[in-house]
Design a protein around this ligand. Structure first.
Ligand code: GLY
Ligand code: MN
Ligand code: MN
Length: 439
């Protein structure tokens, strides 16, 4: 395998002594990347501190190097609390009982490593500019974490698991594994369950988060325009996907929020289809399930487009059942309802139309920084965003229809954030005609 090469000149690291980094060689800064302000990150951490009610908690970013394919992904809970998505090995320690207020919430970053940074990019030294950018009053290197945690445990005697518990077939969750070791070294320490805290916080979106999700939805709509401009029999699914994702970028999004699904004909009936170069035939429907990621927040929209520009009678019949299910289920979204109750609403429509055996998945999921976002379970509350995505899949007929919208729960009921993206067969056909004219 070819070695990666570094074009950076040596000796450019800035330090308090060396003065500011020359602008020609910017650092790979630990940063609140994205559109959420630093005060919101601080408020999120303060909510966790309060929820811990005096217990100690730790949230780890996860470890690993920069891969050659794709990018390293931090634990989404860690990103939610810090905005930092480029510091493998980092951690946040919550120590609510510390006498020193600057130590109640401490960020730990791995030590600088000039040799590794020649491969992966330079990182910032700890300095006041970093602390104020990240909203942490105390930032330490990870070699100090064991001592800080041991002191915190000795004081509080209660350690609370914030990471989700693992199944018995998987490794023990990271914080529980650490706490077990701590409890063997500090007498009288108990370990408790706080795994509901972060899903509960993450599920309720702030106005800033909802603004970013709307931008992700608009970028997804732009992707649809690019795809429909080149939609015709004979085109490759992968070419449609490339046009779609190019549209995300043109609208300011960074990337696709999850693996895009563009499936034509029989492929439209495969729930998580990945194209290997299938071709769109005349008379196919093309199911497009995709979502741009904008400053870390995802859209997740499914629409179905007829390759010819016009749905056949049979395609329209199936489509209209799914649309009725989508509309009725969306109307039922309000505070206090559960996803299970919404699932039953959607299924009743599809069962009554005789397609019950062809709707194999659930109605939807929470949406946020992850496409299948943290799910606190229970009743929906204002500020939560869920997908509503009924479907009917008829492999023998090569017809798969799923329609998916992103719906915000409001005090009064709901707001469909993707309502402006065409949904009826007439509107979809008109949209395709309009997009083709822009070619
Ligand atoms: N695209 C995955 C989903 O809709 O859940
Ligand atoms: Mn989807
Ligand atoms: Mn979905």
């Amino acid at each position: 395998m070819a070695k990666r090469t570094s074009k950076k000149s040596p000796g450019r690291r800035s330090s308090p002594k060396a003065g500011p980094r020359p602008s020609a060689a910017p650092a790979r800064a630990a940063s609140n990347a994205g559109g959420i302000g630093v005060r919101e990150f601080v408020a999120r951490r303060e909510r966790v501190l309060r929820a811990l009610k005096g217990a100690v908690g730790v949230v780890l970013a996860g470890d690993g190097g920069a891969p050659l394919v794709g990018r390293w992904r931090a634990n989404p809970d860690f990103v939610y609390l810090t905005g930092i998505d480029n510091e493998p090995g980092a951690a946040v320690l919550f120590d609510p009982k510390s006498e020193d207020p600057t130590r109640r919430c401490v960020l730990f970053l791995k030590p600088l490593d000039p040799e590794m940074e020649r491969w992966d990019g330079e990182r910032d030294p700890i300095a006041s500019s970093m602390r104020s950018r990240l909203g942490f009053r105390r930032v330490m290197r990870t070699y100090a974490l064991p001592t800080f945690l041991q002191h915190a445990a000795t004081r509080a005697k209660r350690l609370a698991c914030l990471h989700p518990f693992a199944s018995h077939a998987a490794p023990v969750s990271e914080d529980l594994a650490i706490f077990r070791k701590v409890s063997e070294r500090v007498v009288g320490v108990s370990i408790e369950d706080a795994t509901g805290v972060l899903p509960g916080l993450r599920a309720v979106k702030s106005p800033a988060e909802i603004r970013l999700m709307k931008r992700a939805i608009d970028a997804t709509h732009e992707g649809h325009r690019r795809l429909c401009a080149m939609l015709e029999p004979g085109v490759d699914e992968l070419d449609l996907q490339r046009a779609l994702e190019h549209g995300f970028g043109e609208a300011g999004a960074e990337e696709a929020g999850f693996n895009t699904i563009v499936g034509a004909g029989r492929h439209s009936t495969v729930l998580h289809y990945r194209s290997r170069g299938g071709r769109v035939e005349d008379g196919d429907v093309v199911l497009v399930d995709c979502g741009a990621s904008y400053r870390g927040y995802c859209a997740d929209i499914t629409r179905v487009f007829p390759a010819s520009g016009t749905f056949s009678k049979r395609q329209k019949q199936v489509y209209d059942v799914v649309l009725e299910s989508l509309v009725k289920t969306t109307r039922a979204v309000r505070p206090g309802v559960t996803l299970a109750e919404l699932d039953a609403v959607s299924r009743a429509v599809i069962n009554d139309a005789g397609f019950g055996d062809f709707y194999p998945h659930g109605i939807g999921h929470h949406l946020g920084t992850e496409v299948h976002d943290a799910n606190p379970g229970g009743k929906l509350q204002p500020g939560m965003v869920v997908t509503i995505e009924p479907g009917i899949y008829l492999p023998d007929e090569g017809i798969g229809v799923r329609l998916e919208d992103d719906v915000l729960v409001t005090k009064a009921g709901h707001q469909n954030l993707s309502a402006h993206i065409p949904r009826t067969t007439a509107d979809v056909e008109a949209f395709i005609r309009a997009c083709r004219r822009t070619k």
